[in-house]
Design a protein around this ligand. Structure first.
Ligand code: NAD
Length: 248
């Protein structure tokens, strides 16, 4: 079950956190993985080397998802070069938190450029090859915040909610080509992104998680690997919540 042998995957933001765990998990199931990164070249190389050492296949791939057309082009070129692209995990994301009076327009724009427009641009780059192959898996990494909102995260929540709507639209658009488009919505996961939270903020978060622990990047990667597999072929336009019960 969930064998990805012979598949080619791109994971954006694959150098650390959820993306890193996803790249390693997909590779452990047999996929050749392009580890997307924009700045952390050393980290991306380290992920690729962990995969290669374990007997898998991986390579780092630099492109900035916020450069919409450039990102689409980069994904398309990788697909062409490798002769196929079966799985796109649009995981790259940023958060800049602020209450509304302090929310800067440029920060709002930046969040949308990376989290929402960046993910859709990567899908645009992937779709031609997937349509031709009549198979493909696109997985957007959204957030529980995109479903339930969060004070101080209006821009982030809007970007992540937008991804859920985009996934449904693309799912309808490409179902006839056997390309599925789904999203995962992680809850609170221990990564660099959440590392800046204070101990009190973390405690408050965990207080609303029935499973009473933070998620690990591997918890999220497991759900993504499932959605990427052949076995998930009848699932499209859906949101897989991986949040310890925080939102049901
Ligand atoms: P992280 O900050 O550790 O990783 C984010 C990754 O995205 C990094 O590799 C970074 O280099 C990359 N990235 C950022 N901007 C980029 C750009 N312009 N182009 C290419 N890559 C770029 O965070 P993480 O916690 O691993 O988050 C991964 C995804 O999961 C994000 O989309 C995040 O919003 C989402 N998420 C995280 C949590 C959590 O609690 N950590 C919860 C819900 C959703």
């Amino acid at each position: 079950m969930f064998d990805l042998t012979g598949k080619v995957a791109i994971v954006t933001g694959g150098s650390r956190g959820i993306g890193r765990a996803t790249a390693i998990t997909l590779a452990s199931r047999g996929a050749r993985v392009l580890v997307g990164f924009v700045s952390g070249e050393e980290a991306a190389k380290e992920v690729a080397s962990v995969i290669e050492t374990a007997g898998g296949h991986a390579e780092p791939a630099r492109f900035d998802v916020a450069d919409g057309e450039g990102a689409a082009r980069a994904v398309g070129e990788h697909a062409k070069r490798l002769g196929q692209l079966d799985i796109l995990v649009a995981n790259a994301g940023i958060s800049i938190d602020a209450l509304l009076p302090r929310l800067k327009t440029e920060d709002f724009d930046r969040i949308l450029d990376v989290n929402l427009k960046g993910a859709v641009a990567c899908a645009k780059g992937a779709i031609r090859s997937m349509m031709r192959a009549k198979r493909g898996r696109i997985i957007f990494v959204s957030s529980v915040v995109g479903e339930m909102g969060n004070a101080g995260q209006t821009a982030y929540a809007a970007s992540k909610g937008g991804l859920l709507a985009a996934a449904k639209s693309l799912a309808r658009e490409y179902a006839s080509r056997n390309v599925t488009v789904n999203a995962v919505t992680p809850g609170f996961v221990e990564t660099d992104m959440t590392g800046a939270l204070t101990a009190e903020q973390k405690e408050a978060m965990l207080g609303v998680v029935p499973l009473a622990r933070a998620g690990t990047p591997e918890d999220i990667a497991a759900g993504i690997a499932f959605l990427a597999s052949d076995e998930a072929g009848y699932i499209t336009g859906q949101t897989l919540r991986i949040n310890g019960g925080m939102y049901m």
